[in-house]
Design a protein around this ligand. Sequence first.
Ligand code: AMP
Length: 457
Amino acid sequence: MKFADLGLSDELLKAVADAGYDEPTPIQAQAIPPVLMMKDIIGIAQTGTGKTASFVLPMIDILAHGRSRARMPRSLILEPTRELAAQVAENFEKYGKNHNLSMALLIGGVSMGDQIKALEKGVDVLIATPGRLMDLFERGRILMSGCELLVIDEADRMLDMGFIPDIEQICSKLPSTRQTMLFSATMPPPIKKLSDQFLNNPKSVEVSRPATANTSIDQSIIHVAPKAKRKLLYGILDNEGVDTAIIFCNRKTEVRDLCQDMRKDGFDAGQIHGDMDQSSRLAELERFKSGEINILCASDVAARGLDIKGVSHVVNYDIPWHPDDYIHRIGRTGRAGATGIAITFVTNRDEEHVDSIEKLTGMKLPVRDSKSVKPEKKPSGKKSSADKSKSEKPKKPNKPRPDEHTEAKKTSSKSPSPPVEKSKKPEKQAPIAEAADTQDDDWNGPVPGFLDAKLDR
Ligand code: AMP
């Protein structure tokens, strides 16, 4: 199957060719023709399958003719998180570069003023998180009656985050003649109910889950005492060819503490979690994508959907409580045909989480002996990114070419110049593992989704 067989316009085919795509992915091949025929669709697909282009490409052609009116967006894409919304907007810009469509991004955490101005001018495509959309709707800044095309993306994530009542309300305000596309990695009963209620004779298209089927990710677990996690992590980062790594923790406090300690210990580390405001989250992501930092400490806010090329390692510093999150987390590596390594730390309290992950993935996770990880190299003398940026090192793009790796390593780990903070702090003694169990407000599993959702309002 070729892109040219799907019925897309020449302008789009050119944009797709410029993006470097040779052929459509399975979800694109299945979804694009029915969407162009104005059918409703249910797409059962995860991020990483090319699903964004499967709705963005046909939408651009559908919207190519017609004009937008003030406060009346012609189409609406709902995303559960600001990062995903921003990513879809980037996709729109990339694929729509030969069209003249207007777009607005309505996400929480940024000023409403510019968003309101964009709406006043009229937009062809509105990409929004449900909270901010409802907020502006209730203030009378948006009229939904002109919206003929709706995409509900990552519906199961919306469910986790408590957005379904908002979505029901939004659907009921759109014209009943609209075309609706719903994408979800799984179809739990509430999502099935939502689609029965709001989609009209939809065509279902389904592709296999990329992470479970993804044999290009080398997965393993390592048993470790909570107090020994930090040393084990440093050993891996120092000795196992890590170019770029995302280190996932279950709690925001742990993300913060780990990042802080790693910076003090000379690693080029950044952080992303739901307590950070939108601009800091995006700025930190940008630093990671551009290669300014090569380690990102993250909560599950970064697990789903983020498309960052060339992440060589994912380390689950804490095993996720929810097995679905495991799939999403490890899916940040091994993307687009590249190989990746996913290592999960398991303490003696975590066995039941290992069981549920193995049940979900249908595979036994290989166990590595912690002794197989060489101890961290001498920590003194590591050079921080702040230090580095002032000196010789130019920004390097993520996933450097093989010949760039050596250079990146040389500067990122062991430089003779002293780090910004010279001495390595004494190893923290199991700081969070014990303490956080009582910190409900810092829970970052399925429940913290609600916290993130609140931030979006
Ligand atoms: P998504 O599932 O939409 O997050 O897309 C995952 C990645 O696949 C993104 O980096 C896209 O740029 C890339 N992609 C989308 N469609 C194709 C294609 N047909 N061929 C190769 N890469 C693609």
